[in-house]
Design a protein around this ligand. Structure first.
Ligand SMILES: *[C@@H]1O[C@H](CO)[C@@H](O)[C@H](O)[C@H]1NC(C)=O
Ligand SMILES: *[C@@H]1O[C@H](CO)[C@@H](O)[C@H](O)[C@H]1NC(C)=O
Ligand SMILES: *[C@@H]1O[C@H](CO)[C@@H](O)[C@H](O)[C@H]1NC(C)=O
Ligand SMILES: *[C@@H]1O[C@H](CO)[C@@H](O)[C@H](O)[C@H]1NC(C)=O
Length: 335
């Protein structure tokens, strides 16, 4: 293999961008585990004066993630997020204005390997979100496991992340005055196993919990498609039926999450590594589907709204795909 090295005269701006992405990869893949390790060492070394206060804090703070979390405008405003966004770069595209007197559920597709678009757009204040959709607060719902990781949970919550549990989504959507948006990556970890460049498989046919949430709270549904999200990494081939795919699925069943074996470029060379490629992401926010509040929706109502959502999502993809270089014959595959 011929290694393609990065040139030496890269402008400072680009170096900062690479650094920002490196920090992000590191903190979201390794930090959770690293902090867990640090915590184990603290207990093992019997540094009780650190871990006892922290455990006490954790005890009293255990419910916070479910109650809207603890966002920090300071963390969300860090300049590092601006560099992060400009690395790809990440763009947010508005189709229509949203009315801040309603609450919304944004269905975010596709998951991609690391959900870079959802993070860049909705977990930092360096995206176009504030200008495009003034008067809204976004919450990114993610796997609840992260909120049990010592220290990491504080960092994650400060960006506006909350768990993807019923009570957490309810909390965000229950404010009568509106203005809140629950961003849910509907395909979940399962969808990350399809995150290949040029693949448009979405795991959505069995997922209806968000529809029930929308109905019970009268939250409007908005399909959001992130063009380019799957182009950031390659992953080790795991076709349906391969041992790798089976192992990944087993892991998902047992642990609730799974790991795509992804690879991209490196920091100093472009041939291999765990850094994403510099490819633009265009996150298009579609048209809202109005939802009448229905405290006790029937299965029929749920199925019907689910169907409408899938149609709107397909419509959004079809009407916008040519603009982002996707050929005419490509379509979404719902699994
Ligand atoms: C974010 O940071 C900029 C400077 O980088 C500052 O002008 C702005 O007031 C900050 N916003 C908030 C909400 O702290
Ligand atoms: C959103 O929900 C929070 C509680 O999670 C609430 O305090 C706030 O008023 C709601 N609306 C906006 C616009 O933030
Ligand atoms: C997407 O991935 C799935 C599973 O690996 C495969 O069956 C399908 O053919 C792929 N589609 C495209 C367009 O590459
Ligand atoms: C993208 O799709 C939406 C449908 O949800 C449509 O309203 C909008 O006009 C499309 N954008 C372009 C540039 O075609």
């Amino acid at each position: 293999m011929k290694i393609q090295f990065a040139p030496l005269n890269i402008p400072l701006e680009r170096r900062l961008q690479t650094g920002a992405v490196l920090q992000w990869i590191f903190s979201f893949i390794m930090l959770a585990k690293l902090w867990f390790g640090i915590f184990v060492i603290l207990v093992y070394k019997n540094y009780w004066f650190i871990y006892i206060p922290y455990l006490t804090w954790l005890y009293f703070d255990w419910k916070t993630p479910e109650l809207g979390g603890r966002r920090s405008d300071w963390v969300r405003n860090w300049t590092i997020w601006k560099h992060f966004r400009n690395y790809f770069p990440i763009h947010l595209v508005k189709t229509v204005d949203l009315d801040p007197s309603h609450n919304y559920i944004f269905g975010f597709h596709p998951h991609g390997v690391l959900v870079a678009g959802a993070f860049g757009n909705f977990c930092t204040d360096h995206s176009d979100f504030k200008e495009l959709f003034p008067g809204f607060t976004t919450y990114l719902h993610t796997f609840h496991f992260w909120f049990g990781c010592p220290f990491f949970r504080e960092y994650f919550m400060s960006c506006g992340a909350v768990p993807v549990t019923k009570s957490s989504v309810s909390h965000v959507l229950s404010k009568e005055e509106g203005g809140n948006i629950s961003v849910i990556v509907l395909g979940g970890a399962e969808e990350s196993l399809y995150a290949y460049p040029g693949n448009f498989t979405l795991c959505i046919t069995q997922r209806k919990g968000f529809i029930k949430m929308a109905l019970t709270h009268g939250a409007y549904l908005v399909p959001v498609f992130s063009f380019g999200e799957n182009d950031l990494f390659y992953q080790v081939n795991n076709p349906e039926g391969s041992w790798l795919r089976s192992a990944q699925k087993k892991m998902l069943q047992i642990l609730g999450f799974t790991v795509p074996l992804f690879y991209g470029r490196g920091v100093f060379q472009y041939s291999f590594g765990l850094m994403p490629y510099r490819k633009p992401i265009h996150t298009v926010v579609g048209q809202p589907i109005p939802v009448q509040q229905t405290p006790h929706p029937t299965q029929e109502q749920i199925d019907q709204l689910h169907q409408t959502y899938l149609e709107e999502l397909r419509n959004l993809f079809e009407m916008n795909k040519s603009k982002y270089g996707i050929s005419e014959q490509e379509t979404l595959v719902f699994k």
